[in-house]
Design a protein around this ligand. Sequence first.
Ligand SMILES: Nc1ncnc2c1ncn2[C@@H]1O[C@H](COP(=O)(O)OP(=O)(O)OP(=O)(O)O)[C@@H](O)[C@H]1O
Ligand SMILES: [Mg+2]
Length: 235
Amino acid sequence: MLSIKDLSVGASGKNILNGISCAFESGKTYAIMGPNGSGKSTLVQTVMGNPVYAVSKESSLIFDKKKLNSLPTDKRARLGIGITFQSPLSLQGISVFQLLRLAMKNVDVLKLHVRIEALAKELKIKKELIDRPLNENASGGERKKLEVLQMAILNPSLIFFDEIDTGVDIDSLKIIFSFLKKIKKDKTFVFITHHNKIFSYIEPDEVLVMKNGEIVKIGDKKLVQKIEENGYEDM
Ligand SMILES: Nc1ncnc2c1ncn2[C@@H]1O[C@H](COP(=O)(O)OP(=O)(O)OP(=O)(O)O)[C@@H](O)[C@H]1O
Ligand SMILES: [Mg+2]
């Protein structure tokens, strides 16, 4: 589904990712773990085409047989790639409904509104957060739920969840993950996280460990437990 080869990335004259190669297969669940500053969010942002990151010429990003390298973010999104932000920003003057309406031009406006309200109810998102400018005055956990809501509506086939669990209370985590399990179907989920808690809800098929802008280890779900016990020192 997504194949990354020899991906090197820099920003502000600094190398961040150094020759990353990995693949994400259709329908599977992945975990990406690694110390702070190891390049996890940069990898996600690069896949989505954030222009802040300069990608080296040798790098290749192929999604469903299409080369992504020169495609802008909106084209990548339309091919079926989605991300949730580690720190979702607020958007002045535009509600989540207005934002999704722009993205889903072919969907009936009324039906879209009804669906957003139903999903918000399922995720226990307060109604006022749907009508207010996106994320304005929303708490950290509320923002994460709104990220999940957007993914459910946009329905990409590959989703990178960048620390969807950070700042989320234990009850909300349960709500989010029951919801994600329901919408998973044949989608590919990639969870970037620092904690093993979320894997009691959805088990990863493969765990990738990043350190200093490189993938230093790939393993199965047992690797998560090992990291919990020993950290990243010896990797
Ligand atoms: N736009 C940028 N300009 C300069 N340096 C950057 C930029 N974006 C990221 N970096 C640097 O690249 C490194 C990797 O950052 P990144 O956010 O990808 O780490 P991370 O693995 O997601 O960390 P965390 O677990 O703390 O979220 C860090 O040292 C960071 O300061
Ligand atoms: Mg990060």
